[in-house]
Design a binder for this molecule. Structure first.
Ligand code: PGA
Length: 241
């Protein structure tokens, strides 16, 4: 699976170009997901692929100005939603507990959450990154249990690699992906084996092949490179092979 996260970038023209590029390609063997900003979601209505939100509210409706609910996303054609992206954790103070609640709300509305986890640079340097990532996942298990993980995609995004051009090496990515799968395997082996774990952090067409060929890397969550239709298409094609 390859997911594009436009973050707060793009415009309606880019949405049209992206759709033309992706729809004109043979991507039958790869699951493609585009997560544009909310105003452009409906521009992707005829995408041959899935559409996702970048965030959802923990509330269902009501007096929460500026928020978007899971049912709203579903009603405009989203099947996925990013939850707990590091930029939301940092910019909006989203805690592990809030992220877990949002995962639960997404599932309730029939959306597949793409649960983003990953350590900041200081935690990587301290060597505590496995504990950090385990705590982020454990917080979600504490709220929804393990069984619903068959409706979740996990994205490992080391914060020090996001938008920095500093990609985790294929072995660094594989090591963490294997750790996540192994941790979940102790709770439910079938779910762990079937779980899709995406890598995100400065993925480009030039490094996608090597990252995606790691045994526990099941695709990518692409930020900057998802804003260039041809580059994003090439990353999708790398996931196909
Ligand atoms: P990047 O972003 O590909 O620009 O590093 C990844 C992400 O934040 O999802």
């Amino acid at each position: 699976m390859v997911a594009g996260n436009w973050k707060m970038n793009g415009n309606i023209e880019l949405a049209k170009q992206m759709m033309d590029t992706l729809n004109g390609a043979n991507l039958t063997d790869v699951d493609v997901l585009v997560c544009p900003p909310f105003p452009f979601i409906s521009a992707f209505n005829s995408l041959k692929g899935a559409i996702g939100g970048q965030n959802l509210s923990e509330f269902d409706s009501g007096a929460h100005t500026g928020e978007v609910s899971g049912s709203m996303l579903k009603s405009v054609g989203c099947d996925f939603v990013l939850v707990g992206h590091s930029e939301r954790r940092t910019d909006n103070g989203e805690s592990d507990k809030l992220v877990a609640e949002k995962v639960s709300v997404a599932l309730k509305h029939g959306l597949t959450p793409v649960l983003c986890v990953g350590e900041p640079e200081s935690v990587r340097d301290s060597g505590e990154f496995f504990n950090h990532i385990q705590a982020q996942i454990e917080a979600v298990i504490n709220v929804i249990g393990i069984d619903d993980f068959d409706n979740i995609v996990v994205a490992y995004e080391p914060v020090w690699a996001i938008g920095t051009g500093k990609t985790a090496s294929p072995l660094q990515a594989q090591e963490v992906h294997a750790f996540i799968r192994e941790y979940l395997r102790k709770l439910n082996a079938d779910i762990a084996n079937g779980l899709r774990i995406l890598y995100g952090g400065s993925v480009k067409a030039a490094n996608a092949n090597e990252l995606f060929s790691q045994p526990d890397v099941d695709g990518g969550l692409i930020g900057g490179a998802s804003l260039d239709p041809q580059e994003f298409l090439n990353i999708c094609l790398a996931a196909k092979g």
